[in-house]
Structure formats: C-alpha cells, structure tokens
Write a protein that binds this ligand. Structure first.
Ligand SMILES: Cc1cc2nc3c(=O)[nH]c(=O)nc-3n(C[C@H](O)[C@H](O)[C@H](O)COP(=O)(O)OP(=O)(O)OC[C@H]3O[C@@H](n4cnc5c(N)ncnc54)[C@H](O)[C@@H]3O)c2cc1C
Length: 515
C-alpha cells in the first residue's frame, strides 16, 4: 500500500486536538486526527471553561449545547468539620454585559466539552481515529513522514505537510524533537482527584473543607452528570494509591464524620503539580499545542482553556497557508501563544500557592484568569494604519447587541461567527473602499436606521444597526475600518485613506490579491 498524503496530521484528540480538528474541518482541510487511546477518556479532569473559551464555543456554533451541560455561579461553601463556616460566589458581580456575553467561568466536566467538540467534528465530516498512536516521525524539506501504530498491531506511514502535537503533557513529539520542558514538578504538592457518586450532599454548592491539618478536601457537583469531583490534598509522606476505600476514609476524617456516603467511583488519579513549558512551539513543519507545550497547576482552571485557544489560533493559520498564504503567518502562532502560556503559568502557580497556603479554592479571579484580557497587541499580525478606536489592533473584538436592518435582534458575534474574516466599517458614510474578497464578510455599522438611508450602505455589506449604542461604546469609530480576524481579534484598523495598506495586510494573510 502506498503512503497516504494529507495536509495536517494531528496527534492527540483531547480538547486541544479536537478544537484544531474542528477548525480545519470547517475550512475543508484534508487532515487526520489520531489518538492512541482505545476509548474516549471519561474522567472530569478540567472542569472549568473560561469566558474566552465560551466565546470560542460560540464562534464554533456549539455554545447552546455547552450552556445546557454546564453551570455558572456555583457557590463555594466552606465547612469546618460538620459546620458551615461560609458561602461565597467566586464570581460575584460577574454577569453578562453587552460587550461580554459570557462573563464568568462555567463548571463543566472536560469530557462533556470533548464530547461536544467530537459531535461538531463529526457533523463537519471529520472523526477521531482511536487506537492509533504516533510512534515515529521524520521531517524533510517538504513535510513530515509519520509512523502510526494501530491497536491491531499493524503500522502505517503517513506523509503530511504539517504535524501538530496535541499529545498532552508527556508528548511523544516533544520528546522526540528533544525540546526541553522547562520548569518544576512540585513533588510534595499532590492531590487525589476522582469522579464519585455520593449521597447525603446537595448539588447546590461546591463543598469544601479547607482547614483540615492533612490538607484541603472538596466535593464539587459535576453539572450534566450525577457525579461529584472529589479533590483532596495528599498528606506529605503518604504513599497510598487512590481507591474508593481510601477516599471514604479521607471523607470521614476531614468532614469529622458528616453523614455523606461515597457510593461509586468511575475515575481517579493521583495528581502531581507540574509547572512546565517549552521555549519554542515550532520546529519546521511541526507545532506543539496544549499540554504538549505547557502544563499548569489546575488552580484557576487554565490548562484546558489555554489548549483550546492554541488550537483555535493555529487552525485558521494552517488553513490559510495551505490555501497559499505566506508561510511566515505560521510564525505568529508561537509569537502570540507562547507569551500567553508563560503568563498563565505565572497565574496558575500563584493561585496554586494561595490555595495550598489558605485552603481556599475561591482564590482571586480576574481578567487574566477569565482570559478575556488576552491581547496580541504590538505583534506582527496587529496593525494600526490610521484612525482611532477604543480597542487597539490585537485586542479581543468585543460583542455588542444591535439590530439588523429589518429590526430583528442581532449581535456583532453573529457577524463574526464562522471561519471568515470580518471587515467592519464603523459609522462611516459613502461607498465601500473594497470590492468583495473571498473569505471576508462585510459589516456596515450604522448608528440608526436613518443612517442606512443617509449612508447608502453598499451592496456587499450586511448592515448592523447600533440601536442601543453598544458598538459605539465598545469600539468608538467615525468612519474607521476594522478587520476582525477569524479568531475574534482586531487585525487591522485604519481609514479609507489607508486602503492600500489594508490590501497589503490582507495579501499577507492570503486574502484577495496575493501579489
Ligand atoms: C486534576 C486536574 C484538574 C484540572 N482542572 C482544570 C480546569 O479546571 N480547567 C482547565 O482548563 N484545565 C484543567 N486541567 C488541565 C486539563 O485537563 C489539560 O490542560 C487538558 O486536558 C489539556 O488538553 P490537551 O488536549 O492539550 O491534552 P490531553 O487532554 O492530555 O490530550 C492528549 C491526548 O493525546 C493522546 N496521545 C498521547 N500520546 C499520543 C501519541 N503518541 N499518539 C496519539 N495520541 C496520543 C492521549 O491519549 C490524549 O487523548 C486539569 C487537569 C487535571 C489533571
């Protein structure tokens, strides 16, 4: 049998590989997504989606399903033995605003996120190949030759232009390339994590016993399941392996005999805090993403989210280059995402230390942990050619509710949703500066329906009426053009006078005229 030739091979179908797979599938790229596991993973592991990841789910068109499966504002209830000592909403005051439809993290089991992404992947015509392990790779001037081992003992050679390693913290690819994974393992900071069923405990709070001398203990109801996630600090010096019996003993000791019974367990692990990352994300045609590139403390719920956004950042760039955009576009993946991981490692380590010192998992949550403040400002893909808006090139493009020209409700995110770029003209008049360009959607934002008549909005543009003034509030604008990237960041800002610069910028991303 001959060697199969594809555009992208993705190794690993966790949240990172699945997000990347969906991004490639919706752009029609020829790819394969392989995972060495025989079955889909069914442990909760990560149980939080940050607001920025919820926006990714919105863009992918699966937010409604995610909203059904998760829960916002679950209060954190502290106990000392059997006595409740307080209850706190970790995200008090964080409710949706016009610019931020998802304002606080959602509790949702990681496997539910993966299941939802797999469902989308299948609807897009893709699939995960289970029992298929990447066991060898070589790179030459044109691409990558990979060896896959199948569960039945057979092997297969695949030739791909690009390989993306989404193969987790123990990444085969990272080790094979001898890319150092720099950082620390905090050997004494270990935690049992398990998915359990329990009786005698309500599901209206994340129950926590933070102050026991052996360390913290929590039981968090996992939405859209009947389970709780069990987490307990492992006492220093203890070598006991996780088991339901051990967890019953811990529960009895740390709750001082509360009448809670653990009735079953479907997954457990002994987790050691690892805080590590690579110093490069790319080697030739090979990219590292997600836990393969950075591992975090679970505190602050950042790992899965950072991986999802790695996949989301890399997907459209790979597709663009395969369609003929200059390959330098791919260098911006590391430029943009490596500093985010470095920042996240700092945040999650700081939160981890706060929690282990105080036993309080409620910790501090701010724009950094919510990941809404991530900006690629002053990086190669962010270009301010002229004009002035309230956001800078490279910033997240906020949402804003408004109306279509027929008066029905719409949001800016409706315009952005999908694999395209969006070119907005913010409160300008006169004709459009650009004719239609493939891969770009046009939006003409006007202050009121009267403005449509006065502005004689062009035929290429969908008219968005800023009826409540929310676009003006979030973006400002008096005739500026804003090119929003497929991943929802402001790429180019300028005026009609800088249209040549806009053409040049688009050409660099493979849009329109590539000369
Ligand atoms: C206890 C715990 C709590 C956590 N809490 C949170 C949280 O609240 N929020 C959060 O955001 N994150 C959390 N995380 C982190 C989160 O689980 C990870 O960051 C996330 O799973 C990383 O996704 P990934 O797709 O990069 O890697 P993984 O999910 O590890 O997936 C890697 C995949 O690659 C496959 N694979 C490995 N080697 C090969 C190979 N050679 N060939 C083919 N396939 C291969 C594996 O089978 C696996 O399916 C937590 C983690 C733990 C352990």
């Amino acid at each position: 049998m001959g060697t199969q030739q594809i555009s992208v091979l993705i190794a690993g179908a966790g949240p990172t590989g699945l997000t990347l797979g969906c991004e490639l599938a919706r752009r029609g790229v020829a790819f394969r997504l392989v995972d060495k596991a025989a079955q889909y993973f069914h442990g909760s592991r990560g149980k939080g989606l940050q607001p920025r990841s919820l926006e990714v789910m919105d863009d992918l068109g699966v937010i409604d399903r995610i909203l059904e499966l998760g829960r916002f504002h679950l209060p954190f209830r502290g106990y000392e033995g059997g006595k409740v000592i307080g209850e706190q909403d970790m995200h008090a005051g964080r409710y949706p605003t016009p610019s931020t439809p998802y304002a606080s993290p959602m509790i949702i089991p990681q496997w539910r996120v993966e299941e939802t992404l797999r469902g989308l992947l299948e609807r897009l015509g893709g699939r995960v190949e289970l029992g298929t392990e990447l066991v060898g790779l070589e790179q030459d001037a044109e691409g990558v030759t990979a060896t896959l081992a199948h569960a039945d003992g057979s092997t297969e050679v695949v030739r791909s232009r690009f390989l993306v390693a989404c193969d987790g913290g123990k990444s085969f690819v990272r080790k094979h390339l001898e890319i150092p994974f720099e950082g620390e393992t905090w050997k004494d900071e270990r935690m049992y994590v398990a998915d359990v069923t329990a009786t005698g405990l309500d599901r209206e709070a994340w129950h926590a016993w933070p102050k026991h001398p052996d360390g913290f203990f929590t039981l968090c109801p996992l939405p859209s399941t009947e389970q709780y996630q069990f987490q307990a600090a492992v006492p220093v010096g203890s070598e006991e392996e996780p088991s339901l019996e051990l967890f019953r003993k811990i529960l009895k000791e740390r709750t001082e005999g509360m009448p809670i019974e653990l009735t079953g367990m479907t997954w457990s692990s002994l987790y050691r805090a690892n805080v590590r990352m690579v110093s490069r994300y790319r080697e030739g045609y090979i990219f590292l993403a997600g836990d393969a590139a950075h591992v975090h403390s679970p505190a602050g719920g950042q790992g899965m989210n950072t991986g999802i956004q790695d996949g989301y950042n890399l997907g459209w760039k790979l597709a663009a280059v395969l369609e003929g955009a200059p390959e330098a576009l791919l260098d911006t993946y590391e430029e943009e995402r490596l500093p985010v991981a470095a920042g996240v490692l700092g945040v999650s380590s700081k939160l981890h230390r706060q929690i282990t010192a105080s036993g309080n998992a409620s910790g501090q949550r701010d724009a950094v942990t919510l990941q809404l403040g991530i900006s690629y400002k002053e990086m190669s893909l962010s270009r301010a050619a002229g004009g002035a808006l309230k956001i800078a090139a490279g910033d997240r493009a906020p949402d804003a509710p408004g109306e279509r020209v027929d008066g029905t409700a719409a949001r800016l995110f409706d315009l952005y949703r999908g694999p395209h770029w969006t070119l907005l003209r913010l409160f300008g008049s006169g004709g459009w500066v650009l004719d239609a360009v493939d891969g770009v959607k046009y939006g003409d934002v006007v202050a009121s329906r009267d403005g449509v008549v006065a502005g004689a909005a062009s035929g290429v543009a969908e008219v968005f009426v800023d009826a409540g003034g929310h676009v003006a509030e979030a973006y400002g604008g008096s005739g500026e053009y804003l090119l929003v990237r497929p991943d929802g960041y402001a790429g180019w800002i300028g005026t009609a006078g800088e249209v040549e610069d806009l053409r040049w910028y688009m050409g660099r991303q493979g849009l329109g005229n590539r000369d």
